[in-house]
Design a protein around this ligand. Structure first.
Ligand code: WTA
Length: 648
């Protein structure tokens, strides 16, 4: 039996949901989803109230997902305007800059409304309107939130590209969604260094239509090139713009945003989230999972370039009228106490981060935490990958001082919000387990080979979901077939998460990691196929196969087997050159940690690479490679073992 950690009696007494309420509400949410969500759909303001609630179909070939379909609303009005009357002077966003010597900024709901309206008017003046796509390529500055909400205000669809992505990756996304504009900044300070974002955007735009506009936030004031007629100084234009911009009425199922994410095959997919269901789900999970109460200061350390930043820095908290922190920097700058300094400075109540950050800080020693007053903290959250026991204990002891419930939240870009998580007043934490499904989420564990539903409580298999929830993605941008193929073809009638899981005798869920060719590097998803195609694009590379391997800090590292063109000398310089190449092709998060020169790859006679073998060797677990008799040339395996790079 795993040890469990319940919240204190006092926490439970004040919590939005206790154990009995969870049971009752969960049962109601699956017994009658229409009634349940009709009620919870009321947590946001509708222009025209919905009369239909759920209209969803998971049948392969006919997958169709609609929630609140005849309702109309405006997401920005929900996240901003509706709070102005009651809490106009309350801080909506606390912006904490990269350099701690630069003062933080507090943006009230009233100010937020003005800024968002001004930016929306700037967009409108350039002809941007309902349904148009706008790419946001910004650092973690308030303008990123303004841009998201300005798009929502006019019914435009935003797609954020993480500022760590390369010009190529940016260009692909601009072109895939047919964006009419990009908004970027001159340069982005992070950890004391600066990324030349505008210059990246310039490079990307070479590969895009000349009609794409480029809004530039002059953030640092660094010099950039300037293309007359294309580049627009968005801050200067906002200064002259009106603060009056009536929110556009959009349908519940009109897209709110597209977010590109990696999968097993091909290029990243544009995950489409729509307006009504997504907002209801983001808001409800933010309030209940973190037990957020009015007046609390909420800090999610993610970047708005990832889904966690969408749902738990911007949409969820702001829909609830919360105070949310946006942090421009990194956990280790100027020193390893930065997170805790910020928690103390802004009296943070709920803190939400990734295991990779905890492991990195744990390695620096507890003295960095102990220096700061963390008495404001009430709850801690974890997201992005399973949290290992050492990291959990360190988080609990040194950050939470043994008094903060820890919620381990399992979810995905595709799910819009939390799927499996403890609710702190209801579910005792169990280190390493994501525990219980959120309301309306019907989990099933399936046998990966037979697709049989595991009916015993204690079970192991792949994690699937039986029916829709409001935050679910609706389609892949421009490719509904790919949506159905990716998520609904393997296990008919179910949404397949791509993750393996174990359900213990208490009915708690433990996520065991991806069962497909996606690797989870520092809580970020990377498709092995993407890294492979970047590698083979280099003139010296004939073939490449990429797998994940256990990495102390990152969770998983990127391990690349590379076969060079005939006559090319494998040198350390070339290794460095290839790492640099992948960084410029995709971005630093895709950098291979280890590259092994492979004179040959283990292939079946039909030419299929046997990744299972490559994974084992990368894990330094080459003793039990299993059956290699189907290989065309079994001797390549010996060479790969002899020259393996991970000997840990
Ligand atoms: C993994 C991030 C274990 C999982 C919100 C999933 C987790 C992928 C957890 C989605 C967790 C996320 N425990 N694994 N608490 N949270 N994952 O789309 O493999 O960037 O499929 O969304 O991260 O990553 P994504």
């Amino acid at each position: 039996m795993s040890k469990t950690y319940p919240a204190s009696d006092e926490f439970i007494a004040n919590a939005h949901v206790n154990a009995a309420q969870y049971e009752e509400m969960y049962a109601a949410s699956v017994a009658d989803p229409d009634a349940f969500w009709a009620e919870h759909g009321k947590r946001i303001d509708w222009i025209k109230p919905f009369t239909k609630v759920k209209n969803t179909n998971f049948e392969f070939g006919k997958v169709d997902i609609k929630w609140f379909e005849d309702g109309t609303l405006n997401v920005a009005a929900n996240c901003v305007d509706r709070h102005v009357a009651t809490r106009g002077d309350q801080t909506a966003i606390i912006w904490e800059p990269d350099d701690p010597k630069t003062p933080a900024r507090h943006i009230t709901y009233a100010e937020l409304k003005d800024e968002v309206s001004r930016m929306a008017n700037v967009f409108k003046a350039q002809g941007i309107g309902k349904g148009d796509r706008v790419i946001i390529y910004l650092p973690m500055i308030p303008e990123a939130a303004y841009a998201m909400l300005a798009c929502a205000r006019i019914g435009a669809v935003h797609s954020i590209v993480f500022a760590g992505f390369s010009p190529d990756a940016l260009a692909n996304r601009i072109n895939d969604c047919g964006a009419v504009a990009v908004i970027t900044a001159d340069t982005a300070p992070r950890g004391g260094r600066r990324t030349a974002l505008k210059s990246n955007a310039d490079k990307a735009l070479f590969d895009c239509s000349d009609k794409v506009k480029c809004f530039v936030v002059k953030h640092t004031g660094d010099q950039t090139t300037w293309v007359e007629g294309r580049d627009l100084d968005v801050k200067a234009m906002m200064a002259d713009a009106s603060t009056d911009c009536p929110p556009e009425e959009v349908g519940a199922e009109d897209p709110l945003f597209i977010l590109y994410t990696s999968g097993s095959t091909g290029r990243p997919k544009g995950v489409v989230h729509t307006s009504g269901g997504y907002l209801v789900y983001a808001a409800m999970t933010q309030e209940l999972t973190f037990d957020y109460h009015d007046g609390d200061i909420f800090w999610c350390t993610a970047d708005v370039g990832w889904v966690t930043g969408h749902s738990y820095i911007v949409y969820g908290p702001l829909a609830n009228g919360a105070t949310t922190i946006m942090f421009e920097g990194v956990p280790t700058y100027p020193d390893a106490g930065r997170f805790w300094e910020v928690c103390a400075k802004h009296k943070v109540n709920q803190f939400y981060t990734a295991p990779t950050a905890i492991r990195a800080l744990m390695g620096q020693g507890p003295e960095w935490v102990e220096k700061h007053d963390l008495s404001s903290l009430k709850l801690l959250g974890s997201v992005g990958e399973p949290i290992n026991p050492e990291a959990w204990n360190w988080y609990n002891t040194h950050v939470g001082k043994g008094k903060c419930p820890i919620v381990d939240t399992f979810w995905q870009t595709e799910t819009g919000g939390h799927m499996v998580t403890a609710l702190p007043g209801a579910t005792p934490a169990k280190p390493g387990a994501a525990t219980k499904p959120f309301f309306g989420v019907q989990l099933e564990v399936l046998d990966p080979a037979t697709a049989e539903v595991q009916t015993e409580t204690a079970a192991e298999g792949v994690l699937c979901v039986k029916d829709s929830w409001p935050g679910q993605m609706r389609t892949v941008w421009g490719d509904h077939e790919r949506f159905m193929e990716t998520y609904f073809s393997q296990y008919k009638g179910y949404y397949f998460t791509g993750d393996g899981c174990r359900r213990d005798a208490d009915g708690d869920y433990w996520i065991t990691g991806r069962v497909d060719d996606v690797i989870n590097v520092s809580g970020h998803r990377m498709g092995t196929a993407e890294v492979e195609s970047a590698l083979v694009a280099h003139e010296t590379v004939a073939e490449a196969a990429v797998v994940g391997y256990p990495h102390d800090i990152k969770g998983q590292g990127i391990y690349a087997y590379v076969t060079l063109m005939n006559g090319i000398e494998p040198t350390d310089e070339l290794r460095k050159e290839l790492v640099k190449w992948v960084r410029t092709e995709i971005g630093p998060i895709a950098s291979p940690d280890l590259i092994q020169w492979a004179p040959g790859l283990p292939k079946t006679r039909s030419g299929k690479i046997m990744r299972r073998i490559l994974r084992k060797i990368a894990e330094n677990d080459y003793g039990a490679l299993g059956d290699t008799s189907t290989l065309a040339d079994p001797s390549v395996v010996d060479d790969l073992i002899d020259n393996r790079m991970n000997r840990a």
